[in-house]
Design a protein around this ligand. Sequence first.
Ligand SMILES: Cc1ncc(COP(=O)(O)O)c(C=O)c1O
Length: 458
Amino acid sequence: MERVREGSTRMRSSGALPGEDGGIGGATASGPGSLAEFTRDPFNGYFEGRSVDEIIPPGSLLDTAGVRRWFDLFSAGLPESLYTYQLPLGLATGPVTEVLGVPLILFSSYSYLGLVGHPRLAAAVREAVDRFGTSTGGVRLLTGTNELHHALEGELADFLGQEAAATFASGYDANIAAITSLFGPGDYALLDQYAHQSIQDGVRMAGCEMRRFRHNDLEDLERRLRQARNRGARRVLIAVDSVFSMDGDQAPLSDLIAVKQKHGAFLLVDEAHSIGAIGATGRGVCEEQGIDPSTIDILTGSLSKAIPSSGGFAAGSEGFKIYVQHGSAPYIFSAAMTPGNAAASLEALHILQEEPEHMDRLRVNTAMLKNGLTRLGFETGRSNTPIVPLYLGDEWRAYRWARMLLEQGIFTSAVVYPAVSPGQARLRLCATAAHRPEHFDRLFAALAECRDTEAEGG
Ligand SMILES: Cc1ncc(COP(=O)(O)O)c(C=O)c1O
């Protein structure tokens, strides 16, 4: 596969950056099956000429508040061509991709190191598929484990500074496995209010009492710890993301460790957005904040972001690993990570350690993104990582900005409720190591244009 960071052949031959030749509304891009058409009708006419009440008869399968909310949004937004979700990429994720024939600069990819398409990864995956095939044909505990899983788990543990690690088919599964295998009714889980959905789901499945403490607020956490003890909690789990995926800020790990030690609680830290993206050598927020990782009881994360594969891990003591491999449902009742994904994860770990230039460029590009937005006067909040939110407030404003940016050849994610609180919609922008200065220039020019258009009432 061609390395994506170099851009598509089509782009190189025209010499134009996405959006420079008229955007998605241009004459060559507005017919059936075009990107412009997709944003107006991605559902094959399902909503056309019908009210939501006609689509959802009372008492029917779809007659729920959740369905109604989404369908009301579609009915109002599609006539304005505001649907920018599920755009079908025609090329690998990267700073430049293509959707339905239109080249786009992508600014919401999690591939922080820009390694998707790296020739060493492609070679490792080919070799794994040649040797082990495309599927493991089983769950990890029974017949689904191969040599790559063992090698990956050993190297991951070393990389993370933990005694041992277990891997799963996703980061979502890793949180479910870690929490449900060790906590249950009678236990309390205290979650940062912005902790990832997979942590909340794990706690719900475990049947623990769940309480949320105010974001990064140690006093509120201590108050809730005291409450939990007064109510007779058996064991207490504190769970946070190390980098919060919607705001791009970090958890105060040393304070959290001090609090959990003081109260005899346990701490789970989800490093999904920090492995390969944060810390001098990409070892995450523990490295960035100078924390000994072994003081954290459970470290979880994803292998589908900076590590460009698909999978997740839960790391901790040797005893933790052994038990999570025998006492967690995802390990026993769900297929093992594919050989290709295990090989890609393993090779990415090697690249990360042997090619520090990707981390260097990510740091430079993160500063470029943050500084450029600040110069333009945009509100980016507490971000101190490659995730830089551009707060817009109203969800329709976020939909409109995402669509206006698309028109100018820039693909970003509009993040709205329930991923964030109502009224806190935003564009979630991410810097990657593979972005080039001209991509940022195009983004900044396009954002300035959005602001002007909005000011003119457009
Ligand atoms: C903080 C956090 N944890 C876990 C996950 C789940 O990881 P995966 O996509 O590998 O299932 C995500 C995914 O976005 C995440 O942001």
